[in-house]
Design a protein around this ligand. Structure first.
Ligand code: UD1
Ligand code: PEP
Length: 509
């Protein structure tokens, strides 16, 4: 019966593929899988998830097998299971989006290795494609090839995709080298409260960029030949503003000094990438960057972005909350030092393996084994800071960790107006979190988690924190509409299942 069902689905897929005029290899490429896997699917010799059927439907633009792919994705979590084994950290969302924007500087072909297949990357790819840049997943979907366009068609920009991501703001730095006037839509992204773009404008103005904002659109005008005659002092040490300044400086004919620069992981990855493009940068990893720009960049370049410290933190938190022994491989150590020191202070039993280099040849990685531990609340509050402080995006994970620890923990997310508020969603799962004000939550632990059905909070990290609590709660929980998680994590459910979780993805059909 089951085999018959698989064979019928396989036949439908073969028909839809042939109708589209595609070979098995073309479909395989669109799905980032192998031709032999497609062959097995079509012959009914491969178990196939609803999710995969939906992806095939989407790729082939076929109603027969679309099964409501366009509808929101939900997760059903059977909690209370211990995790075990080892899981690899993927490359970072934040470096990948910066590098994709950075590829606009290059007239040559850019290959980015092991790019995270996440919604945030897909949105930027849709925007790049809409303006004429060709992109293609190669090597069975592992790597991304970007072929530039001689002319960009900004009038054709995919507004819907652009509005769903804040990273679109990083088009400003590269585009100002290519045209004197252009428009991009307002930066979007998670609902974290107001996020300023003024520091971006202040930095880029020094290169001759003026931006007026009307009706959801930034109108950019460039005065060519404008040169920052003295150091650019950033008013805040933001990551994307530093990247925008770097992108503008990269093709500026001269030397630019950027002070109060972020030295966070994605900025370092962007610097290493720009160096591959021939841009010389002094001070990488510090808060003063001196950029020796190159007016024309035409290089075939091959770069491997590094692993995501925030994903590493998420996986560490998954182990802690589910009281599991888990090895998290490829942890970018330098960007988790404070987090690990705090966890050690709380009593986390863990082992760090020998260091090795990420594929970019620069970032230091190690494998980290976390063991079940009796945690105590930290004495001091959890207080993120720009790097080298405790990562701002890692602060939410301490809410779930603190909830498993004995005692009360104060988490002070001074950065975002809304994010701490969403952490109180943990109360629906049995957490005892008290919102003291929009930025501070007091977490009482330990917690006896209980299953619940709820909507995903509209912010990436709090959404993952809720998922982790569901994994710890006995019984079946449902988390609805997880686009926001897919924005930053590749196949998170599947990968957690590979180390013992039981999470099923489903959609309203
Ligand atoms: C694509 C990307 O890389 N996104 C990251 C980047 O966003 P991004 O660089 O866009 O962060 P924002 O510019 O929104 O900064 C975050 C907030 O912190 C405030 N702020 C920031 C730095 C500072 O020195 N002082 C200060 O007050 C800003 O005003 C803002 O309210 O950095 C954020 C903060 O690390 C991370 O959460 C995001 O994941
Ligand atoms: C806030 C985040 O990212 P973004 O800047 O993409 O909204 C995040 O990664 O948690």
């Amino acid at each position: 019966m089951i085999d018959d069902y698989l064979a019928r689905i396989g036949q439908l897929i073969r028909d839809a593929r042939q109708h589209r005029g595609w070979t098995q290899s073309q479909l395989a490429e669109a799905l980032s899988t192998s031709q032999s896997a497609v062959n097995r699917i079509e012959r009914g010799n491969q178990n196939i998830s609803l999710e995969m059927i939906a992806r095939i439907g989407e790729a082939l633009d076929s109603e027969i097998v679309s099964l409501g792919y366009a509808g929101p994705m939900h997760l059903r979590v059977v909690g209370g299971r211990r995790l075990n084994g080892a899981i690899d950290v993927k490359t970072s969302k934040n470096a990948c989006v910066a590098l994709l924007c950075g590829s606009l500087l290059n007239s040559g072909r850019t290959v980015l290795r092991r790019v995270a297949r996440i919604e945030e990357v897909f949105r930027i790819l849709e925007v790049l494609n809409s303006i004429g840049v060709r992109t293609r997943w190669i090597n069975e979907g592992a790597d991304l090839e970007i072929t530039p366009a001689a002319e960009l068609d900004m009038d054709a920009i995919d507004l819907e995709a652009a509005r769903r991501t804040r990273s679109i703001i990083m088009f400003l730095g590269p585009l100002m080298h290519r045209m004197d006037q252009f428009k991009i839509p307002y930066a979007g992204g998670c609902d974290l409260g107001t996020r300023t773009v003024e520091p971006h404008m202040m930095a880029l103005r020094r290169f001759g960029l003026e931006v007026t904002a009307t009706e959801g659109v930034y109108h950019a005008t460039v005065t060519p030949g404008t040169s920052p005659d003295r150091p650019i002092v950033l008013t805040e040490r933001g990551d994307t503003v530093t990247e925008n300044a770097l992108l503008a400086a990269a093709r500026h004919n001269g030397t630019t000094v950027i002070r109060n620069a972020s030295s966070n992981y994605m900025v370092q990855d962007l610097c290493f990438f720009l160096e591959e493009l021939g841009v010389h940068i002094e001070g990488v990893g510090t808060t003063t960057l001196t950029v020796h720009g190159v007016p024309h960049i035409d290089r075939d370049v091959d770069y491997s972005p590094s692993e995501d410290p925030v994903e590493a933190m998420s996986l560490i938190a998954a182990a802690v909350v589910t009281e599991s022994e888990l090895t998290v491989r490829r942890v970018p150590l330098e960007f988790l030092e404070i987090e690990l020191a705090v966890l050690e202070g709380m009593g986390l039993d863990h082992d760090l393996g020998p260091e090795y280099k990420a594929d970019n040849g620069r970032t230091r990685l190690a494998d980290l084994t976390v063991r079940p531990s009796k945690l105590e609340a930290p004495i001091d509050k959890i207080h993120p800071m720009p790097f080298p402080g405790l990562n701002i995006d890692n602060a939410p994970f301490f809410a779930a960790i603190a909830a498993t620890a004995h005692g009360s923990t104060m988490i002070h997310d001074w950065v975002y107006d809304n994010r701490a508020i969403y952490l109180t969603d943990l109360n629906r799962l049995g957490g005892r979190l008290q919102l003291l004000d929009p930025h501070r939550v007091l977490v009482e632990g330990p917690t006896r988690w209980r299953a619940a059905e709820m909507m995903c909070p509209p912010a990436l990290r709090p959404a993952v924190v809720v998922l982790l609590a569901m994994m710890a709660a006995e019984g079946t929980s449902v988390l609805r509409n997880v686009y926001v998680i897919n924005r930053g994590y590749e196949d998170l459910a599947e990968r957690l299942n590979s180390v013992g979780a039981q999470i099923e993805t489903f959609r309203d059909i």
